[in-house]
Design a binder for this molecule. Sequence first.
Ligand SMILES: [Fe+2]
Ligand SMILES: [Fe+2]
Length: 304
Amino acid sequence: MKIGHISDIHWLDTTGARPGDFFNKRLSGAFNLLAGRAKKHSKETARMALEMLRDLKIDHLIVTGDLSNLALPGEFSAVRHVLDSYFEDAQMSIVPGNHDFYTGESLKARRFEKMIYTHRPGNVDLGTEDVWPFVNVFGDVAVIGLNSAQPRPWFVAAGRLGVSQLEALEKALNHPEVAGRFKIVALHHHLFQVVMTPGESLRQLEDRAELLDICRRNNVGLIVHGHNHDYTFRYVEPVLVCEAGSCSVCRFKRDVRAGKFNIYTVEERKLCGVETYRYADGAFALWQSYHFEGGEWRCRCPDR
Ligand SMILES: [Fe+2]
Ligand SMILES: [Fe+2]
């Protein structure tokens, strides 16, 4: 089973937006875009990543949030259309990022749920009306999608899952449809600091220790996330925690910040390989791969 993972598409589209839509936290986001973010992310690069993932014949795609920049209707409608042009709805597990709930207004309008989820996001009935966590099972794999994003004050990008979502996660991990499968937990925010900038407390997941504890106790094999726009590969037995980076980055100062995506290979309910593809010189190519051998992860393309 091959599972693709992209994140932080940051699709910009102001179609239909009015000046009044920017008299809130979007003003700081708009300044960010003018200061460089709009040039770093390219729609063409995001499309290339999706095209390559389709050509590599993945069985399922996980998208770990920040599909938009400003949670505008035009962004959600455009990015959903692009995803639909490469993958069937049932082939995707999509969770929101902090940019997808950028304002209180976007939360109140339930814009992400209405425009990104064309159906209920999972295929397992957990017996609740809550959207998150949701569970998608396919073959011997179960993906559990979480929402770590919520509107925050200006300049704050931190995340929180909350007690009730964490309790629901533990229940979902023990659901009869999930317990015997290889379990992947997907969320937007990171668990470990890799970007050494000040103000980490303003952008990290507040209940990351609780999440990791639940995942380790319940034999989760893989946690995938986004948010850092950087690369993470951290094994905390029995859980591997991975971020490839943002799939749409076409301009970067350090190679590690280039556009990237991951492919995870699961065989007989075990994670046996992780491949990372990186954007360089106008195309994506295999950058490095890890294989689980003899009880440890070994890198086969050590060019970094
Ligand atoms: Fe992001
Ligand atoms: Fe983010």
